[in-house]
Each structure stands twice: as structure tokens, then as C-alpha cells.
Design a protein around this ligand. Structure first.
Ligand code: UD1
Ligand code: UDP
Length: 366
């Protein structure tokens, strides 16, 4: 049995790490294809080092290049992945989540199963079944197509399974395993607790708000992005808690392009490693974010979350009360922050028990 992991971005590295480590522990032959979608040290290499992952066997170096042409980006990856898979002929390919890397990986496998190659490689989608029902998001297109193409769909929740059944995907392809992010957080706990990031930044438990913003629909739109930054100022004015803003390179680039600046209550930091990110979340009074992974981590780390989007593909978090979807209007965001600040910090686990990777291997008979 030979496995292949296709990844390209920060969240894919973090969420595939538990499965990759398990493959190594069990001496299952595997290799990693890194598309290079993320390439800056703080979005890429730092996680390989922190999470004890082997270097990718193939690094395609296909960064998005700031282009808005999603098809070109995906197509370039598809061309290169296809060649590698044809040569390596793995038994199983894993993709995770909803990025362009996922779409390219899934298409490459399924195209190679047709004439003239007739590969027998099976395709596994980790974190399948998420839906925002917003088809103006490129991620929604990526996950719908990947889910249709995959042989094994590992979903984080019963709700995700229901979504897939509603789309006509046969039930015997769908497995509720929980989300590997829980495995990753559990694995990181002691190093999260040992992180010195609070001291470095001069922060105390509950004495700040953590913010992240990177979604294309938010930061590539000057009005939405300006509104989000205005909401940071309003929240600071109302609560006198500094906003620690982990600034994704895309957001930094767009702030410069739109001439947006931060006021004194907002402190931008370059993206931090996983252990520091978890510690910053755990001790924050609240998180404000448009990240998918951070909505999940809020529920794991018991921190109230306000989501800076009009929808979420993680409705389990809103139903449990740990997350409020506020959109990008500053008034609505402040209102959501005020409400979430008053919430208790006792939310039930939503995405499994931290053994998703083992469950996945059990299902695959590895
Ligand atoms: C991608 C995913 C998104 C995911 C996010 C995780 C798609 C369509 N988007 O978005 O779903 O939530 O990753 O963070 O797959 N850049 C750098 N250094 C990097 C990476 C990006 O400077 O290492 C800058 C470049 O200017 C690049 C821009 O960020 O053009 C956007 O990068 P891209 O990978 O297209 O999208 P993300 O916003 O990172
Ligand atoms: N993260 C990190 N450093 C940061 C900000 C986030 O390590 O400065 C981690 C975070 O803990 C989570 C993941 O990055 O595990 C989320 O990735 P991102 O928000 O880029 O993508 P999304 O989940 O929205 O696809």
C-alpha cells in the first residue's frame, strides 16, 4: 500500500499532519506532493518543522502569484500532479479541505483512472461535506467537485454527512470521523502551553482579542476590508482590549494596495507558528476571524468566536453557541462581539475526540 498526500496551504499541512505522522509510525510507504500554493516561511515551512513532518518528495512551486485567475492556478497544478501520479502510481491519494490544491489533486486522480492510463488509485477527501451554500466562493466549488469525485469521504460531523447524502453521494462512501484538527490540537497541547508568545507580545490571559482576516471576498474588496478594520476600532473603543491581528500575506498586500491603515488599538503581527497561534487563541477574550480552522479551534479551545463573513460552512459552531456569524458591517460586528463576550466558556466538543486519523486508517484497513 503506497500513500500520497497532496497539500499546498497552511491549513492543509496542519490538518493532514496527524495522518502523515500515523503513516510514518505504522511504516506505511508514502510521499508528499506540495503544490507550493503557500510558500512564505510563516505559512509553510514553519509547520513542517513544528509538526515533525518529512520534507515533500515533490515541491511544485505553483504559487498563486496574486492572480485572480483561479482556473489557471488550478490547471498548472493539475498538469504537474498528473505527471507525478502517473509515475508513482500510489494506491491512495489524500486531499484535505477546499483549496485549489484539493481540486487539482482530485481531478488529477480521477482523470488518470480513465483511458489510456486506467490507474486504480483511490481518492480520499479529509474534511469532506462542508458547505457554505455560497457558490460565489471558489472554495465551495472546490469542495463540491472534490466530494463528487472521491471514493472515501471523511466528514467531521453528522451534519456534513447529511449534506452529502442530499447531493446523492452514496452513504457507503461517507464516514463520520471527526476533524483531524482536534488530533492536531491535542498533539500540540504541551507545546502550546510552553509557548512564550504572550510574554513576547506583553499580553495577559483575557487581556486582548485575536483577529485574523484573509478570505478573498473580504480582503480583495476595499469596502468590506475597510469595514472590517473599522469594526476593530469600534470593538477596541467599546472594550479597551487591544486587537492582535495576525496578518496573512494576502491581507498585507491588499492593505497596501487599498491604502488601508490600522489605528492604535490594533496591533498587526506576522503570522505565527501553530503552537503560538493556539496559545494566542486559548488566552484571548474572544477571536474575530474569517478563517475556517479558527472557528473550529475556538470550539476546541473554548474561546468565543465572531465570524467576519455572511455565512459559515461550520454551522455546528453557531448551533453550539461558540460562534456568531456577523458579516462585515461594523455595527453588526460590534453587536455580535458584545453578545459573545458575555457567553460562558463551556461548549461541548463538536468535531470528534482527537482520534480522527486512527479512525481514517481503520476504515481504510491500514
Ligand atoms: C488559500 C485558499 C483558502 C484558504 C487559505 C488558507 C484557495 C482558493 N484559497 O487562500 O481557501 O483558506 O489558503 O490560508 O485555495 N501569499 C504569500 N505567501 C504565501 C501565500 C500567499 O505572500 O505563502 C500571498 C500572495 O500574494 C498570494 C496571495 O497571498 O497571491 C493569495 O494566496 P492564495 O494561496 O491564492 O490564497 P489564500 O488567500 O492564501
Ligand atoms: N494559524 C497559525 N498562525 C496564525 C494564524 C493561524 O498557525 O498566525 C493556524 C490556525 O491555528 C489554524 C490555521 O492556521 O489551524 C487556519 O488557517 P487559515 O486561517 O489560513 O485557513 P482556513 O482554515 O480559513 O482555510
Amino acid at each position: 500500500m503506497k500513500l500520497c498526500f497532496i497539500l499546498g496551504t497552511r491549513p492543509e499541512i496542519i490538518k493532514l499532519a496527524p495522518i502523515i505522522r500515523l503513516a510514518r509510525e505504522r511504516n506505511v510507504p508514502f510521499f508528499i506532493i506540495h503544490t507550493g500554493q503557500h510558500y512564505s516561511y510563516e505559512l509553510d515551512e514553519i509547520f513542517f518543522a513544528e509538526l515533525d513532518l518529512p520534507a515533500p518528495a515533490y515541491d511544485l512551486g505553483i504559487a498563486s502569484g496574486g492572480s485572480h485567475l483561479q482556473g489557471e492556478h488550478t490547471g498548472r497544478m493539475l498538469i504537474d500532479i498528473e505527471k507525478i501520479l502517473l509515475q508513482e502510481r500510489p494506491d491512495l491519494v489524500f486531499v484535505q479541505g477546499d483549496t485549489n490544491t484539493v481540486l487539482a489533486g482530485a481531478l488529477a486522480v480521477r482523470k488518470l483512472r480513465t483511458a489510456p492510463s486506467y490507474l486504480t488509485t483511490k481518492l480520499c477527501h479529509v474534511e469532506a461535506g462542508l458547505r457554505s451554500y455560497d457558490d460565489t466562493m471558489t472554495e465551495e466549488i472546490n469542495r463540491i467537485v472534490a466530494d463528487q469525485l472521491c471514493d472515501y469521504l471523511f466528514v467531521p460531523s453528522d451534519l456534513a454527512k447529511l449534506y452529502l447524502l442530499r447531493e446523492g453521494i452514496p452513504g457507503d462512501r461517507i464516514f463520520v470521523t471527526g476533524n483531524t484538527i482536534v488530533d492536531s490540537v491535542h498533539h500540540a497541547r504541551s507545546r502550546m502551553d510552553a509557548s512564550s508568545i504572550l510574554t513576547t507580545l506583553g499580553l495577559a490571559h483575557g487581556g486582548y482579542i485575536l483577529a485574523t482576516v484573509h478570505r478573498q471576498e473580504n480582503v480583495d474588496d476595499p469596502e468590506r476590508f475597510r469595514n472590517i478594520l473599522t469594526s476593530f476600532d469600534r470593538v477596541f473603543a467599546a472594550h479597551q482590549l487591544p486587537i492582535i491581528y495576525s496578518c496573512h500575506p494576502r491581507s498585507k498586500k491588499m492593505m497596501e494596495r487599498f491604502g488601508l491603515s490600522l489605528s492604535h488599538g490594533v496591533r498587526a503581527i506576522i503570522p505565527v507558528g501553530f503552537f503560538d497561534a493556539l496559545r494566542l487563541q486559548k488566552h484571548a477574550r474572544l477571536v474575530m476571524t474569517d478563517s475556517g480552522g479558527i472557528q473550529e479551534e475556538a470550539s476546541i479551545l473554548q474561546v468565543p468566536c465572531v465570524t467576519l463573513r455572511n455565512n459559515t460552512e461550520r454551522p455546528e459552531t453557531t448551533m453550539a453557541g461558540v460562534n456568531s456569524v456577523a458579516g462585515t458591517d461594523p455595527d453588526r460586528i460590534l453587536e455580535a462581539v458584545n453578545i459573545m463576550m458575555e457567553k460562558s466558556h463551556e461548549w461541548r466538543p463538536l468535531y470528534g475526540d482527537g482520534h480522527a486519523a486512527e479512525k481514517i486508517f481503520g476504515i481504510l484497513g491500514i
